[in-house]
Design a binder for this molecule. Structure first.
Ligand code: MN
Length: 497
């Protein structure tokens, strides 16, 4: 957001241009277009100068002759540190994909990943900017790669943006990716939203007028804006509600932004005096912020012409933070945070992003050569989710408490139906073993295996349950002549185990 580039930034741009000279992107453009786009994104996010410079240089150490020492000499320790972090992060990720089941290597890479993350959260922010630009230009890649990058973004980067409360980024990443992962569904839902918005436009206008005049009467200063639901979040919600549009209450949402917290509650009262609030749908995220620090009052009401509308009421600061999240915090606390990083001090972040502090403390311990409990190191970035790996390094996200069969059915029902065993982190394990963050899971199958009803106790995800039930129903029909007594024997014990 700086009006003009400082001399340091100019110097970084010149250096990057020279270093990437002769390199081209898949889009056919000179490579420098990419680091410059990353620079612009970081500026829009209001990041500090060191981060912007590191963003400009983020691909030089990996892809050009420029060394970390060159960067250190020219731009100082912090920039070198950030570039190093981004480089480590991408080598670690590459490594995860290439290795097979070798645990030590994965663990090493995981350690490196964590250290890179924990050292300075700005490394992550540069990585997010890098990914965002790559997504925006994804059309230049071959379809297979597009899908892979888009999927990884949906599974890792968009949730990460959410964890950092960077709402705008999350929405853009999720929708850009979803378009590649499932183009048909994307267009379908996009049309649906558009149609709905069109049909709702008139009554929405009326509602806005009603709200406006009432707030005016109450002498409440406010600004009002509609918010468009992202295609991907609608997709996820519909999946949760059996594709029933009637259960999606926040398709139409109006945001009221006011000056202070007292006015937020006052405004909530005004809305409830105008419309009937729906039972159990008032959420006070001001008194009880979400884990990522998000604050707002939410209420769903039924309007006079029987429309269901969600209102979100918050202060300007909360709004800013909801859209830009951690980046906004940096903008406001740049000086303080940068100073503390320079001193190597671990600083508590301005919001309740305590998990970052936790990460940093672990990293600090590692740097000092102290022992760290590996279990503890597997810090869960996403409260209700774990990420596990296939032996090939594909990332699979599952809810906490998921079991090997959930994993197997997630991969494919053909795999789920034929499970005979599981190896976790290279060791034989059993189907009752809860999976943990970072596990490498290898499912062993046999063509002769058939699904068992006792498996129902070893499954926690609805998806896997549905697949298994389907397979069981199928199996309980008159068995094919092949091996009748065998299948009889297998289906007998129906008692709970
Ligand atoms: Mn890059």
């Amino acid at each position: 957001m700086k009006a003009k580039d400082s001399d340091r930034v100019k110097k970084a741009v010149e250096l990057a241009k020279k270093a990437h000279d002769g390199q081209f992107r898949k889009t056919g453009e000179p490579y420098i277009v990419h680091p410059l786009a990353v620079k612009k994104i970081l500026e829009e996010w209001g990041m500090d100068e060191d981060t912007i410079i590191a963003g400009i240089l983020h691909d030089t150490v990996e892809d050009t002759d420029l060394t970390l020492d060159d960067i250190r000499k020219e731009f100082g320790e912090t920039v070198a540190f950030l570039v190093d972090g981004v480089t480590k992060l991408s080598t670690a990720r590459d490594g995860m994909r290439d290795i097979d089941t070798y645990l030590p290597a994965t663990r090493d890479n995981f350690l490196r990943l964590m250290i890179a993350l924990g050292d300075d959260i700005r490394v992550l922010i540069i990585k997010l900017a890098d990914r965002l630009h790559n997504l925006r230009t994804l059309s230049a890649l071959p379809p297979e790669k597009q899908k892979k990058i888009a999927k990884e973004t949906l599974e890792v980067f968009a949730p990460l943006a959410d964890r950092l409360n960077m709402g705008l980024l999350r929405v853009e990443m999720a929708d850009l990716s979803f378009k590649y992962v499932d183009p048909k569904r994307f267009t379908e839902l996009q049309d649906l939203i558009e149609k709905y918005n069109k049909s709702a436009a008139k009554s929405l206008q009326k509602i806005e007028q009603e709200v406006a005049s009432t707030l005016k009467k109450e002498k409440i200063k406010y600004s009002l804006s509609g918010r468009v639901k992202s295609v991907y979040s609608l997709h996820k919600k519909l999946a949760k509600h059996n594709q029933n549009m009637g259960e999606i209450y926040d398709l139409t949402a109006l945001r009221i932004i006011v000056d202070d917290i007292t006015t937020c509650y006052l405004t909530l009262g005004v809305i409830h005096s105008l419309y009937t609030p729906m039972n159990g749908r008032i959420k006070d995220y001001i008194a009880m912020p979400k884990q990522n620090g998000y604050q707002s009052l939410h209420t769903t009401v039924i309007t006079k012409d029987k429309r269901i509308v969600e209102f979100q009421i918050r202060t300007k600061e909360m709004h800013e933070y909801a859209e830009r999240g951690l980046a906004a915090s940096f903008y406001y606390n740049e000086q303080k945070l940068t100073e503390n990083y320079k001193k190597g001090k671990i600083e508590h972040l301005p919001t309740n992003l305590l998990w970052i502090t936790e990460l940093q403390m672990t990293a600090a311990k590692l740097r000092e050569g102290k022992k760290v409990d590996l279990k503890k190191l597997k810090i869960n970035l996403f409260a209700d989710k774990i990420f596990v790996y296939t032996p090939k390094g594909d990332i699979i996200d599952l809810p906490k408490g998921a079991l090997p069969l959930d994993f197997a059915y997630r991969l494919h029902s053909e795999i789920g139906d034929h499970v005979i065993g599981v190896k976790i982190n290279g060791k034989m394990s059993n189907l009752n073993k809860k999976l943990e963050q970072g596990d490498i899971v290898e499912i062993l199958t046999s063509k002769n295996q058939t699904p068992k009803s006792s498996w129902l106790d070893r499954i926690i995800t609805p998806h896997a349950r549905q697949k298994l039930l389907h397979a069981l129903n199928f199996a309980s029909r008159p068995a094919p002549a092949a091996a009748p007594d065998k299948s009889k024997k297998k289906r007998k014990p129906r008692k709970a185990s």
